[in-house]
Design a protein around this ligand. Structure first.
Ligand SMILES: [Zn+2]
Length: 416
């Protein structure tokens, strides 16, 4: 079987397991299907020679492929690959029924004749690039879940290539499959890093061919709690303190130019995402995002200072603010001695004739959390398009190029 056919077969095997994650769940993994996929993957990689394979209490799968180096070879860094098992819930069916379009000829793709669902060439002119390739889509009732099962297929198939080609030398390789990425990087946060002793790692969770991300937001979430004083209106003068109006004053202190709707590229923002209140208690939820660590910290300080100012203005009110870091800019973990993990991606792509598309991502990846553990973890393309949409599609030539990038990375890291 060709590399592409093997990638497709593996993708279909993993897509058949329903693993949509569920926000608000009290458990990790959030849904039982992720257990099923975790055990399936553990079995698959064991068959490919991966040792010490474990599925922990959160369905995080970790395994280690021992180094295979000729005697006297220079030491090779230990490298990891992390991919996520869940698919996103955007209000569509959790079950995924892939449709394979062999040798795409151009024009609209019919996903579902019965329901008259199409991916149109007019709305998706990028389809044209893949004329002549096999393209995989969903039946239009769900996402495709190439995010991130194309990546899982990629890693497992790369392991298979290594098993089948004992002449390819490589250092120690760790693979990790995590649940619940889509609901707040929960699986990565539950990882036992003592079982993942790598020098650096990669995620494969970008979209189209060539995309790579090592600049992400620094992210924090904030909860402001305000307790006021209630009184009957007949005795309210100089007595009542309305926490809803304090929340209003607090929000008025924020820069209206630093919101998601007024920023782009590497500009940061503070996003008021929720307000809930009554005449006694009011809470405000906010998110802080900034690529720049110093600006990120100063946004936190500003919110704390605003809280202090409200305390001065309303001495009878009680205010408290909680600020929790969620993830960090991967780039901050890429110290000069570890810069090579990014260089390797550029080199791998260039040697394969793939044009690198370096993106400062306005979001985070599993790598944004893993990087906070001192493991720089850049992210590169799966080859698929339109994540989180029924129009998600996977051109198999691009998926193959993603797997070739993985194999080339292994080669370059081994050469050093
Ligand atoms: Zn993803």
């Amino acid at each position: 079987m060709s590399l592409q056919e093997r990638l497709l077969a593996r993708f279909l095997r993993y897509a058949a397991v329903t693993t949509q994650s569920k926000a608000g769940s009290k458990t990790i993994p959030s849904t039982p299907g992720q257990w099923e996929l975790a055990h399936m993957l553990a079995g698959d990689i064991e068959q490919l020679g991966v040792l010490d394979v474990s599925v922990d209490e959160h369905a995080v799968v970790i395994g280690r492929l021992p180094a295979r180096l000729p005697e006297g070879h220079a030491p090779v860094p230990a490298v990891g690959w992390v991919t996520h098992m869940d698919t996103v819930d955007v209000g569509m069916s959790p079950d995924i029924n892939p449709v394979i379009i062999r040798n795409y000829r151009g024009g609209d793709i019919c996903q579902n004749a019965e329901k008259q669902l199409y991916i149109t060439a007019e709305e998706h002119p990028e389809l044209e690039r893949y004329i002549g390739q096999d393209i995989v889509v969903s039946d239009g009732t769900s996402v495709l879940g190439a995010d991130d099962k194309a990546a899982i297929a990629n890693v497992v198939t790369a392991l298979e290539v290594l098993r089948d080609n004992p002449d390819i030398p490589h250092g120690e390789i760790y693979v990790c499959f995590v649940p619940d990425e889509e609901i707040g990087l929960c699986g990565a946060k539950a990882m036992d890093f003592s079982r993942f002793p790598v020098d650096f790692a990669y995620t494969i969770d970008c979209c189209e061919e060539g995309e790579l991300v090592y600049q992400t937001f620094n992210a924090a979430h904030v909860l402001l709690n305000i307790t006021g004083v209630t009184a009957h209106p007949m005795s309210s003068k100089n007595n009542t303190v309305n926490p809803i109006l304090i929340a209003h004053d607090f929000i008025s202190l924020l820069d209206r130019g630093e919101t998601p709707e007024h920023t782009e590229k590497t500009e940061g923002y503070i996003w008021v995402t929720g307000i809930e209140g009554n005449q006694l208690n009011t809470s405000v939820r906010l998110l802080i995002r900034d690529h720049d660590r110093a600006k990120f910290e100063s946004k936190k300080e500003y919110l704390t200072a605003c809280t202090e100012m409200m305390k001065l203005r309303y001495p009878k009110a009680k205010l408290s603010i909680e600020i929790h870091d969620d993830y960090s800019n991967i780039n901050d973990a890429i110290t000069p001695d570890k810069r090579k993990c990014v260089d390797y991606i550029f080199q791998a792509m260039e040697s394969l004739g793939i044009e690198p598309k370096d993106i400062a991502m306005r979001g985070g990846t599993d790598g944004s959390f893993i990087s906070t553990k001192g493991i720089p973890t850049p992210n590169y393309f799966t080859g698929a398009h339109n994540f989180h949409s029924r129009c998600e599609f996977m051109p198999m030539g691009a998926v193959e190029n993603s797997c070739r990038t993985t194999l080339r990375l292994i080669e370059l890291i081994t050469k050093g």
